[in-house]
Design a protein around this ligand. Structure first.
Ligand code: NAD
Length: 487
C-alpha cells in the first residue's frame, strides 16, 4: 500500500487535515494499478469550504485590478515553467499520451493569458449628459463564490476554461474535479498559493454526487460551471437554476466530419485519424462520425485504415500514439459498443478489441476501431461512445449529410472537408452546431473566443471563456448620477 498516495482537498491555501469518511480509488490506466485514494467531501466539508471562500471573496473583490493582474501573471509564469509536471500527473491518472497532456495544459494556459487582460475586459461604458447634469455608466461586478465541476477527460484544461476568468473578475472558486483523475488540480492549487493569491480564493474539493449536490443547493454558491455527460449536465442545469444560481452546463457530443467529393482525401484521412483516435477518443471534440459523400467512401476508408495500421497503442509515457482508456469500466462500455455495431450489421474494418500494446497487460486497453456502412439508427451512431471508435456513414449528397448532422441530438463540434469555399460558407450558415471547422477537424476556439455547443451539448445561455466567460462571472450594474454645476 505504500505507493498508494492519499489525495485530499485543498482549502484555504492548504491541504485538508481531517479524515474522510468515504474515498475513491484512482488508477494508473496504463498499468491497471491503484495509485491513489481520493477523499470524498462530506456535506460538512463542503459547507466549511464555502464559508472560507465567502470570506476570502469579500476581500478579493476589492483587490485592485493591478493587484489581480500581478497575481495572474505570476500564476501564468509558474504554470508555464512547471507545465510538464502537470502533464505527467494527467498521463498518470488519465492515460493520455504525454504530448496530449502537455497540449491540454497549453490550451488552459491560453485562458490564463486571456484573463490577464481583465482590466480591459471589465471596462464599462459612460454616457456624459444623458439628461441635464445626468451621467449614466455601467460597471460589472463579481458574483461571489463560483463552483466548477469538471469531467475526467481534461482534468487541467476544463477547470482552466473557467477559473482564470472567475478569479480575475474578483470571485472565489471551488473546483470539484473528476474523482478519476484528481491530482492535477491540486498541483495547480499549489501554484496559486506560490503566485500570491490570497488563501481561500481558490479551493479544491474532491468527491462525488454528495459534494456536487451540496454545491447545487447551498445558498453561498452563486454560479455553477459544469462540464460532463449530458444526463448529468441536464440535472445540474435544472437543479442549479431552480436554486437560483447562474448555471452553464456543457454536455456530451457526437461530432460529425462531412467530407465532400472535392476534398483533399489525404488531408481528410489524416484529420479523421487524429481527431478520431487522439486521446483515445475521450475528447468532447473528437470526431466519431465521418459522413462521406459518395463516391469518395471507398478511397477514404482505405486511406484511414492504412493510417490506423501505423498507430502505436500503449503507455502514454513510452512514445505511444494512443494511450489506454480511463477505467476498466469505461473500456468495457466502449468495447460493448463495438460488439453492438457488429450485431447491428455495420462493417467492422479495423477491430480494436484485443489490441497489440506496448504496456502492461492489466492496462485498460482498446485499440483504434473503424466501422464502415454505419446507418443512423445504429447505437454506434446515435450514442456518444467516448472512445477510439470511428463510424463512417455513406451519403449521396450534401443535403443528406447536412440533414443527418442537424437531426442528431448533439451539436458540439463539426467539420467540413472541401476545396469549395462556397460549400463551406453554406455549411457554416446551415449547420446546427456550436463550433465548426473548415478543413480543421477539432475546431476548439482560441481563448479569446468562447467554447460551447448547441442542443444537448450545452444547457444555459453562456459558453465558456472569451467575453462570454467574462459575462458569466460578472453581474452588470448601471448607475445614473446627477451632479449639479458648482455654484
Ligand atoms: P460525468 O458526467 O460522469 O462527470 C462529470 C462530473 O460530474 C464529475 O466531476 C463527476 O464527479 C460529477 N458527477 C458524476 N455523476 C454525478 C451525479 N449523479 N450527480 C452529480 N455529479 C455527478 O462525465 P465524465 O465521464 O467525467 O466526462 C465525460 C463526459 O464529459 C462526456 O460525455 C464528454 O462529452 C463530456 N465533456 C463535454 C465537454 C464539452 O465541452 N461539452 C468537454 C469535456 C467533456
Amino acid at each position: 500500500m505504500s505507493d498508494v498516495k492519499r489525495i485530499t482537498h485543498h482549502i484555504n491555501g492548504a491541504y485538508w487535515t481531517g479524515s474522510a469518511e468515504r474515498s475513491g480509488d484512482v488508477y494508473n490506466p496504463a498499468t491497471g494499478k491503484i495509485t491513489g485514494k481520493v477523499d470524498f467531501a462530506s456535506v460538512a466539508v463542503v459547507d466549511q469550504a464555502i464559508e472560507i471562500a465567502t470570506r476570502a471573496q469579500a476581500e478579493w473583490r476589492n483587490a485592485s485590478l493591478a493587484k489581480r493582474v500581478q497575481v495572474l501573471f505570476a500564476f501564468r509564469e509558474i504554470l508555464n515553467a512547471r507545465k510538464e509536471e502537470v502533464a505527467r500527473l494527467i498521463t498518470a491518472e488519465h492515460g493520455k499520451v504525454l504530448s496530449d497532456a502537455l497540449g491540454e495544459v497549453t490550451r488552459g494556459l491560453e485562458v490564463v493569458e486571456f484573463a490577464c487582460g481583465i482590466p480591459h475586459l471589465l471596462k464599462g461604458s459612460y454616457s456624459e449628459g444623458a439628461s441635464t447634469s445626468i451621467d449614466v455608466y455601467s460597471i460589472r461586478q463579481p458574483l461571489g463564490v463560483s463552483a466548477i465541476i469538471s469531467p475526467f477527460n481534461f482534468p487541467a484544461m476544463v477547470p482552466m476554461w473557467f477559473f482564470p476568468i472567475a478569479i480575475a473578475a474578483g470571485n472565489a472558486v471551488i473546483i470539484k474535479p473528476s474523482e478519476k483523475d484528481p491530482s492535477p488540480v491540486n498541483l495547480i492549487a499549489e501554484f496559486w498559493k506560490e503566485a500570491g493569491l490570497p488563501d481561500g480564493v481558490f479551493n479544491v474539493l474532491h468527491g462525488d454526487k454528495v459534494a456536487v449536490d451540496r454545491l447545487l443547493e447551498h445558498p453561498g454558491i452563486a454560479s455553477i460551471s459544469f462540464v460532463g455527460s449530458t444526463p448529468i449536465a441536464r440535472y445540474i442545469y435544472e437543479t442549479g437554476t431552480k436554486n437560483g444560481k447562474r448555471v452553464q452546463a456543457l454536455g456530451g457530443a457526437k461530432n460529425h466530419m462531412l467530407v465532400l467529393p472535392d476534398a483533399d482525401l489525404d488531408l481528410a484521412a489524416d484529420a479523421a485519424v487524429n481527431a478520431g483516435f487522439g486521446s483515445a477518443g475521450e475528447r468532447c471534440m473528437a470526431i466519431s462520425a465521418l459522413v462521406a459523400i459518395e463516391p469518395v467512401a471507398d478511397a477514404l476508408v482505405k486511406k484511414i485504415s492504412d493510417r490506423m495500421a501505423t498507430l502505436k497503442t500503449g503507455d502514454g509515457t513510452q512514445g505511444s500514439d494512443m494511450g489506454p482508456l480511463v477505467t476498466a469500466v469505461h473500456r468495457d462500455k466502449v468495447a460493448s459498443y463495438v460488439d453492438a455495431g457488429v450485431r447491428e450489421g455495420a462493417a467492422l474494418v479495423v477491430d480494436g478489441r484485443n489490441p497489440k500494446i506496448n504496456g502492461a497487460a492489466e492496462g485498460f486497453w482498446l485499440g483504434p476501431t473503424l466501422f464502415d456502412r454505419v446507418t443512423p439508427e445504429m447505437s454506434i451512431y446515435t450514442d456518444e461512445i467516448f472512445g477510439p471508435v470511428l463510424s463512417v456513414i455513406r451519403v449521396q449528397s450534401y443535403d443528406e449529410g447536412l440533414a443527418l448532422i442537424n437531426k442528431h441530438q448533439y451539436g458540439n463540434g463539426t467539420a467540413i472537408f472541401t476545396n469549395d469555399g462556397g460549400a463551406a460558407r453554406r455549411f457554416q450558415n446551415e449547420v446546427q452546431v456550436g463550433m465548426i471547422g473548415i478543413n480543421v477537424p477539432i475546431p476548439v476556439p482560441t481563448a479569446y473566443y468562447s467554447f460551447g455547443g448547441w442542443k444537448n451539448s450545452l444547457f444555459g445561455d453562456t459558453h465558456a471563456h472569451g467575453t462570454e466567460g467574462v459575462h458569466f462571472f460578472t453581474r452588470g450594474k448601471v448607475v445614473t448620477s446627477r451632479w449639479l454645476d458648482p455654484s
